[in-house]
Design a protein. Sequence first.
Length: 169
Amino acid sequence: MQLFHFSEEPDIAVFEPRKLDYRMDEPAQVWTIDYFHAPHYYFPRDCPRVCIWAQEDTTDEDLQRFFGHSNSRRMVAVESGWLERIRRATIYRYIFDPDEFEIYELNAGYYTTTRAVKPVAVEKLDDLLGSLTALDIEVRITPSLRPLKEDIPTSTVNYSMIRMKYAIL
């Protein structure tokens, strides 16, 4: 297993733990993501997105509702106002030894450590949309994420909503 951290910065030698402004009651941490959830971060940092994927107990109704005209069972939706920034973006995938980290939230694929860590490698990603589609992830471009944001929590699909404070709501 490998763990990843994504950044628009190409040359981070050491990742220092830091506090997140919305988790001030927790210790400073370095955050990473597992392989399955990593494509949720193939975007410029502040790009709002909604990621959904079917799970074993996803109903046929929800499969039809969210994936009805697609063979994919994973989808990432972004707002159309971000499309050009995504096309032009270059990000860097930092790879870490998983032995340095502990599971933080399995469903989201988050792993953390409270120690400074060095990546074992870094890879440049500059065709972000192509990288997603190569993994059979549907990319949905929409004027607003609001309908998904409101509809998904009552469904049986698994989901992640990232950087929604920057979305048009």
